[in-house]
Design a protein around this ligand. Structure first.
Ligand SMILES: [Zn+2]
Length: 118
């Protein structure tokens, strides 16, 4: 299975798992062009500038790592519940996804779900 297919398959299984927890997955801005990535970089919303450092969200330019962004509403409307993300990232890893990404500012990229070529 190619990496794109693997991401699609894993995402489908993961979204069903999130739903089964009584949570809501809110996917946002997953696949990006170089322009969109550069824009997020200039807004300090990403560590990747899209050219020198390609993001796993640039599906055509990133052959070895791919990602989608999905925020999780814990059922109360809160999309920043760290306990929910910790549990969800454990599940994501168990399904074969990458560990949670640590950003250059030291924070966790909680809403980022990534796979890589093995
Ligand atoms: Zn991301």
């Amino acid at each position: 299975m190619g990496l794109r297919s693997e991401l699609t398959y894993l995402k489908a299984r993961f979204v069903l798992w999130v739903d089964a927890q009584g949570w809501k997955g809110l996917e946002d801005f997953s696949r990006r062009t170089e322009y969109e990535q550069a824009h997020l970089f200039l807004l300090h919303l990403s560590d990747c500038d899209g050219v020198k450092r390609v993001s796993p969200h640039q599906y055509e330019a990133s052959p070895h790592k791919l990602a989608f962004d999905m925020y999780i509403d814990d059922g109360t409307g809160d999309i920043e519940n760290e306990e929910v993300y910790k549990k969800a990232h454990e599940q994501w890893e168990e399904m074969g996804g990458d560990p949670v990404t640590i950003l250059s500012n030291g924070g966790h990229d909680w809403g980022h779900w990534q796979v890589r070529e093995r």
